[in-house]
Design a protein around this ligand. Structure first.
Ligand SMILES: N[C@@H](CCC(=O)N[C@@H](CS)C(=O)NCC(=O)O)C(=O)O
Length: 120
């Protein structure tokens, strides 16, 4: 029996979604892409109650957060590894990834921009 393809929920404007699409494509995973507006699509809240993209649906398993999804994909699809074996290189790679995910990207998010535009 064929296994269902994983489904990635994302949006064209979302760099977090792009990260996961790049990982899926580098690994050659056959997946379905569904574009959503996480703020206005009422059905999306049922998939990811915190209403953030991306989210990956793999069978009955739902995972959100781009880095968590990428590390899940790395374990599930070991072909074309994304994470180095060398622990120092791996540490530095995760450092860069976390700076992007936690220190740079959130400042460009809708929430921050909307608050800044109201206050500034
Ligand atoms: N740490 C999360 C951040 C997710 C995130 O900020 N997603 C943005 C799009 S890139 C989002 O869904 N924003 C919706 C909103 O601000 O309402 C990740 O890396 O996936």
């Amino acid at each position: 029996m064929a296994t269902a393809k994983p489904i990635l929920y994302g949006a064209w404007i979302s760099s977090c979604s792009h990260r996961v699409r790049i990982a899926l494509n580098l690994k050659g995973v056959d997946y379905e892409y569904k574009a959503v507006n996480p703020r206005t699509d009422p059905d999306y809240e049922k998939i990811n109650p915190i209403k953030y993209i991306p989210a990956l649906v793999d069978g009955d398993f739902v995972l959100s957060d781009s880095l968590a999804i990428i590390l899940y994909l790395e374990d599930k699809y070991p072909q074309h590894p994304l994470v180095p074996k060398d622990i120092k290189t791996k540490g530095l790679d995760l450092q860069i990834a976390n700076i992007v995910c936690s220190s740079i990207q959130p400042l460009q998010g809708y929430g921050v921009i909307v608050v800044y535009m109201r206050v500034g």
